[in-house]
Design a protein around this ligand. Structure first.
Ligand SMILES: [Zn+2]
Length: 141
């Protein structure tokens, strides 16, 4: 942030904050700057008083352990994948048909997993079949 002391052609002085030095010029060119007293658009910089807000470290940089966070998340997803593979029956592309069988057969307690297209998924949703989709991470790499 940079603070400028501004002055209009009627010699009114006021302060204004800008995110950087070129913002003043941009706003002036677009005639978006005006005097807070007389709304004159003939504004000029008076004295410049630069101020820096925040430190560079705070500016939208990834945290230092970003890699580690990603790896941890991936490991959690891998655990989830292992769990599903162990406890659910894989039906592959046949999922939307199979899931209906399970859904409409009230006795069935089968838990299955597989893949659907976005379209199939929408149809199933409309039938009131709740699906749970999980990000499927690769085991290698
Ligand atoms: Zn003025």
């Amino acid at each position: 942030m940079i603070k400028y002391n501004l002055k209009c052609h009627n010699n009114h002085e006021f302060e204004s904050w800008f995110s950087n030095s070129s913002e003043f010029d941009n706003l002036k060119k677009k005639k978006l700057l005006e005097c807070i007293f007389c709304t004159s658009k003939k504004i000029n910089k008076s004295i410049m008083a630069p101020m820096v807000s925040g430190t560079r470290e705070n500016n939208q940089e990834y945290p230092k352990n970003f890699d580690k966070i990603i790896r941890n998340e991936k490991n959690k997803l891998l655990e989830l994948r292992k769990y599903v593979e162990k406890n659910f029956e894989f039906v592959g592309d046949d999922f939307s048909r199979k899931v209906r069988e399970v859904f409409y057969d009230k006795k069935s307690k089968k838990t299955i997993y597989g893949t659907t297209t976005a379209e199939e998924r929408k149809e199933l949703e409309e039938e009131g079949i709740d699906l749970f989709s999980i990000p499927w991470v690769n085991k290698d790499n």
